[in-house]
Design a binder for this molecule. Structure first.
Ligand SMILES: Nc1ncnc2c1ncn2[C@@H]1O[C@H](COP(=O)(O)OP(=O)(O)O)[C@@H](O)[C@H]1O
Ligand SMILES: [Mg+2]
Length: 397
């Protein structure tokens, strides 16, 4: 699986440090080991603006937990962190202007300028991105994280699996830079999964303003986990706890958002939809967006003949962004195949500096790639439009 492919069920957290003038909750928890205090290059000696977001130096990693068990879970979620950055810019997401505008208004601006979002204008607490698979929903969430200036931490699966008893299987990713953190985990449920939800929300509230990102939310809440009533029961308890926690968010003034994404919005029941009050369609790319993707992925090289972008745009009607990536990869593979065929005939291994250049992509390579790749998501596009008409949020022109 490609590293940027979505995983079956992934949960994330985004949060950023409180504004300096805000009172710090959980401040009783000041006995943390220095290793548990999250710091970053931006934080150290810098309390200024990072990408428009005010930062506060050092804050304890964890809120005070009632039991050693929940604390152990929070710790295991946050251990073994590797630095990185999602580094997804808004410009690299082609098209989707409506979705970007709604997301900026609903998440980015309230995080950057909380003072405007009071009373009646208090921010949406639940936001749903829905649309066909491979249309950029996960990318949009990462762009929110990047905009709020984050570093990307990645916790390896195996280390956490072995540490947490009771059968949770977690693959958390942790983004941070002192302005905003994200924590994602793949979860295969068994046992008391609702405790996990409580710990995740406690962590988010502790680090508010924060966004909890539930990717593939349909898989999370409709997960059956195999035979046996107990797992079904665990899934039901988890869902109930999620609803309770989301209700809790509505009642507080803390800036904690739930940002959810799904390919199957109709699998969400009324209770969940009610809490995901702002619903944003992420549709298949229109011709302009497809052109943008082709120009980004297959730029015309000076010296080589121009690539037939017009033909590509015309013939890729109904392709998702991820189908287009596969199509471009297929086209770019053809010249490499020709070069590899030359090398196969050689008996000796050719040294690195004597390797022949890979030739240009030819118009026939594009034709071949088009006939080899098929759109994957277009048959259901009308269902998303219908859902959007019934439940979606729109921008009035
Ligand atoms: N609007 C877009 N602009 C650029 N690339 C896109 C777009 N939509 C999808 N892609 C490509 O498809 C891949 C999958 O996108 P992703 O955000 O994971 O889809 P989703 O979460 O909606 O299933 C991305 O890594 C990217 O290469
Ligand atoms: Mg996704």
């Amino acid at each position: 699986m490609a590293t940027d492919e979505p995983s079956p069920s992934r949960w994330s957290f985004l949060w950023r440090k409180k504004l300096p003038e805000e009172p710090e909750d959980g401040s009783s928890n000041t006995k943390e080991e220095p290793s548990q205090v999250v710091t970053s290059p931006l934080q150290e000696g810098n309390t200024g603006l990072a990408n428009g977001i005010r930062e506060k130096p050092k804050k304890s990693m964890f809120p005070p937990f009632e039991s050693a068990e929940t604390r152990a879970l929070a710790e295991s979620l946050s251990r073994d962190i590797i630095r990185g950055n999602p580094n997804v810019k808004w410009e690299s997401i082609k098209g989707l202007e409506n979705a970007k505008r709604l997301l900026k208004e609903a998440v980015v601006m309230p995080i950057k300028y909380p003072s405007y979002f009071n009373g009646l204008l208090s921010p949406w607490k639940g936001i749903l991105l829905f649309g066909p698979p491979g249309t950029g929903k996960t990318m949009l969430a990462k762009a929110v994280a990047t905009e709020c200036n984050t570093t990307f931490f990645n916790i390896s699966a195996s280390s956490v699996v072995s540490k947490w008893r009771g059968g949770y299987f977690l693959t958390p990713l942790f983004y941070s830079n002192g302005a905003l953190f994200i924590l994602c985990c793949d979860v295969f449920f068994s046992g008391d999964s609702e405790k996990l939800i409580r710990v995740l929300f406690d962590l988010a509230k502790h680090h508010a303003p924060a966004t909890i990102f539930l990717d593939e939310i349909d898989a999370i809440i409709s997960q059956r986990g195999g035979e046996g009533r107990s797992e079904h029961e665990a899934s039901r308890r988890l869902k109930t706890e999620l609803l309770i926690q989301m209700d809790g968010l509505q009642k507080t003034n803390e800036l904690v958002f739930v940002l959810a994404a799904t390919n199957l919005p109709w699998e969400l029941d009324a209770a969940m939809l009610r809490r995901l009050e702002k619903r944003i369609l992420v549709p298949l790319p229109d011709p302009e967006a497809r052109r943008g993707m082709f120009e980004m992925l297959l730029p015309s090289q000076p010296g080589d003949g121009p690539l037939p972008h017009d033909v590509l745009v015309e013939k890729s009607e109904g392709y998702s962004g991820s189908d287009i990536r596969i199509l471009c990869k297929e086209a770019a593979m053809q010249p490499l195949r020709r070069t590899l065929a030359l090398l196969e005939d050689k008996v000796e291994l050719v040294p690195e500096d004597e390797l022949p250049e890979v030739g240009p992509i030819l118009p026939e390579d594009i034709d071949r790639a088009l006939s080899n790749t098929r759109p994957s998501a277009h048959l259901h596009a009308h269902l998303y439009d219908k859902f959007n008409d019934d439940y979606g949020s729109h921008i009035l022109k």
